[in-house]
Design a protein around this ligand. Sequence first.
Ligand code: ADP
Length: 159
Amino acid sequence: MTRAVYPGSFDPVTLGHLDVITRGSRFFDEVIVGVLQNSAKSPLFSVEERVNMLREVTEGIDNIEIQSFDGLLIDFAKSVDAHIIVRGLRAVTDFEYELQLAQTNKAVYPDIDTLFLVTSVVYSYLSSSVVREIASYNGDISKFVPECVTEKLKEKFDK
Ligand code: ADP
């Protein structure tokens, strides 16, 4: 049984994340999407909102589970008995940070390995922060996020 964790802030989930989740679900028996609470980053969406959006958009995929976590990723991975971390690589700008993260995690917890999925080229420019920025100016984000997320962003910025 291979169980992987796919961690992130998902503030909010984008089509790029969903692409990694969908592809990851074919490689592993189970993928646990770990939503980092991250109160220090003052996220736009609460952790409950981010978890609920992820649950909604992954409803059709059987072997995906959504959980939130706080603290160290390796402690979360241990708690769910996962030995694989999945991360997405968009561009060379992601690489240095991801390499450092993967090597640190390996040093602290040698039983863990990080596997990278190279982003689909259509989503290589896409990030949650860009989506939040465009939505805050009432721009069209329907190409970047699932429909229910577009609605949630509208509600947030209409307030
Ligand atoms: P973090 O706050 O940890 O960067 P994110 O929610 O921004 O969390 O991203 C979680 C993971 O998803 C990271 O591995 C990131 O590289 C990956 N990711 C983000 N956007 C995309 C995308 N458009 N295509 C592929 N992977 C992505």
